[in-house]
Design a protein around this ligand. Sequence first.
Ligand SMILES: *Cc1c(COP(=O)(O)O)cnc(C)c1O
Length: 383
Amino acid sequence: MAGSDWGDIYRELGAKPIINAIGSVTMLGGSSPIPEVKEAMERADSAYLPLMELEEKAGQAIADMVDVPAAYITAGAGSALTLATAALMAGDDDDKIQQLPDTSGMKNEILIQTRQRYWYDRCLELAGAKLVEYGSDERTTRADLEAAIGPNTAAVHYYAVEQDIDPNALPLEDTIEIAHARGVPVTVDAAGQIYPLDLFGKYIRMGADFQCVAAKYLGATQSVGLALGTEDMIHKLSLQSFVGYEGRRIRGVGRPQKVDRQEMVGAVAAVRHWMTMNHEERLASVEARCQTLLGILKGTEDKGLKSVMLDNVIGHQPFGLELSVDQGVAGMSAQQVVDKLKEGDPPIWTRVREGEENIVIHMFGLAEGEEVIVGERIRDLFI
Ligand SMILES: *Cc1c(COP(=O)(O)O)cnc(C)c1O
């Protein structure tokens, strides 16, 4: 809570600012652009330019920095997924590009492992594609994928989560090998796979045709994302975008998913910062703030609250605290703790994720020092 004007711009509208102890979630705003991004965005204001050219140059700058053949800036990783499916179905055929989301006469099936269905797979359907599951709830085998590929298969999708590898899913290596042997492209959702740095673009270097990255995790505005891929894939993807719609007068499905020129240069600045910053320092700072929070919560254990520091450093949200509530001792459940924190002033947002029992706190959305407020407010509920 930096300064007495905290959240004023929202209060002036009658809206209530909150302290975000959940992390980078879209519903709460996703990210706060870092100074490097804000400065780049401000410098972009002074001039106009054709966005075909800016997309190309900004995409090349990003591709060079993360060591992949090509990149394109989109309206979030979600839009990158949608544009990728459009590109895989319509390719560079202008008639087909204008026909979507009607997929008649096109390969329109995106294969996805039953075990890998996830919240954002809906974005794969927006351009008209159909998701087709393969494998079972228990596991996915090579034979499952081999049997699932058919004449209408447009691509095989893979959801990469390196901080929590699923031993029963079909690995990406096998997915690429089997799909490519049949001439089928592979798409990867790697939205948060940005650290260690060799993860950034790794799936393209492994042979996948496309991967998305969410720029909200990199310190850009949450409204931008990156499509990374082969030159052919990214070229076809660009034809489906709002830039292609206006610049080529070819009306693709990507038209509603606009990106500002300011956001585009902001995304370049965010990638540059991420690729060159001192990550040891970043991790040490987050770890220290988690320790501060842990220290404040010391003494609540015999009151029914157990706090454990998480040690993950992969991805965009290192460390964090997992809080488990013993309802018998505390007289309230974890969800009731979440509700009480939300009712306080200012409201503190935390969550128990669907299918889980504990509260997980991350530093990502907390301004410097807010971890102290969060710690004290939680401690006060128990002591
Ligand atoms: C956040 C996220 C997305 C969506 O990204 P946006 O940039 O918000 O559109 C897609 N996939 C995963 C795994 C994500 O975490």
